[in-house]
Design a protein around this ligand. Structure first.
Ligand code: A2P
Length: 275
């Protein structure tokens, strides 16, 4: 069971949740049932993933009280701008079968267009109305956040970015934490098809602690105070990914893991990863 992290608005988020991209409605419904059985309480989806109905079906099939769950969704470019954001959240809530989400994110800042500021002002209103308990952003760089901080009232609770021992995003994380924004890692295991989990250092550290390479990577995220949402459709691996709260990496381990960093240019933009 995951510990909770307190957000800047006073709400709590389970530090480890289930990522659901690129599962379809049918796959995700099964995955959500398995995850909730395994003890997950935090599920991450997005309009763009096209699987919110499946997430909602999984939640209802699990029989778990909605109040125990932390559900995130994201509105992509199509829903930016004032009226479109209101309609966007209505659509998500109806597909999810929920009357609020725990966290609503701007999926990405739409380069070349400036609508994220007006979208954010709408998010502030949706939060005040109780339709989104917490509000945040995804794929925002410090320059985007600077604008929100200067032109709007509510500081984002979360910035969800691609982050792993290979893609460390140190400057972005420092900016977030300086402003009380919790950084959340997507593609925390390197994403599907990535070679990160093959790194020999992960096998070595795994042997030292009786853990798998994936568990070592997830522990790395946890120890840095990141919220982390590994995706798995496999119930064994889902369980494994939640079992990362019974060991700790040493400073020496962390120094060795630093060698996995591919440098500041690493990582993909969200439009390429699909996240
Ligand atoms: P699968 O769904 O078959 O488990 P990320 O969260 O970084 O996007 O990574 C997701 C990828 O990592 C998926 O391909 C997922 O495959 C795989 N994966 C998830 N958990 C584990 C694990 N514990 N060990 C190995 N691979 C994993």
């Amino acid at each position: 069971i995951s510990p909770l992290i307190t957000l800047n608005d006073g709400h709590s988020i389970p530090q480890l949740g289930l990522g659901t991209w690129p599962l379809d409605d049918r796959q995700v419904a099964t995955a959500v049932v398995h995850a909730l059985e395994a003890g997950y309480r935090h599920i991450d989806t997005a309009v763009k993933y096209g699987n919110e109905e499946g997430v909602g079906n999984g939640i209802r099939a699990s029989g778990i009280d909605r109040g125990e769950l932390f559900i995130t969704t994201k509105l992509d470019g199509e829903f930016q701008g004032q009226d479109r954001a209101v309609a966007g959240l209505e659509g998500s809530l109806s597909r999810l079968g929920l009357d609020y989400v725990d966290l609503l994110l701007i999926h990405w800042p739409l380069p070349g267009r400036d609508e994220f500021v007006s979208t954010w002002k709408t998010f502030e209103r949706l939060q005040a109305e109780g339709k989104a308990r917490s509000i945040g952003v995804s794929n925002f760089k410090p320059a985007h956040l600077e604008r929100l901080l200067a032109e709007t009232d509510v500081v984002p609770a979360v910035n969800q970015i691609q982050l792993s021992p290979a893609v460390t995003r140190t400057a972005d994380r420092e900016f977030d934490s300086r402003h009380g924004i919790v950084t959340e890692s997507y593609s925390p295991l390197g994403g599907s098809g990535a070679s990160l989990l093959q790194a020999p250092i992960l096998t070595q550290l795994g042997e030292k602690y009786g853990k798998t390479p994936a568990q070592v990577v997830l522990r790395w995220h946890i120890e840095q105070g990141l919220v982390v949402i590994p995706k798995s459709a496999n119930s064994e691996r889902m369980r494994q990914n939640l079992e990362v709260f019974d060991f700790a990496l040493s400073p020496q381990d962390l120094a060795e893991l630093a060698d996995l960093d591919e440098g500041p240019g690493a990582g993909n933009d969200s439009d390429r990863t699909g996240h």
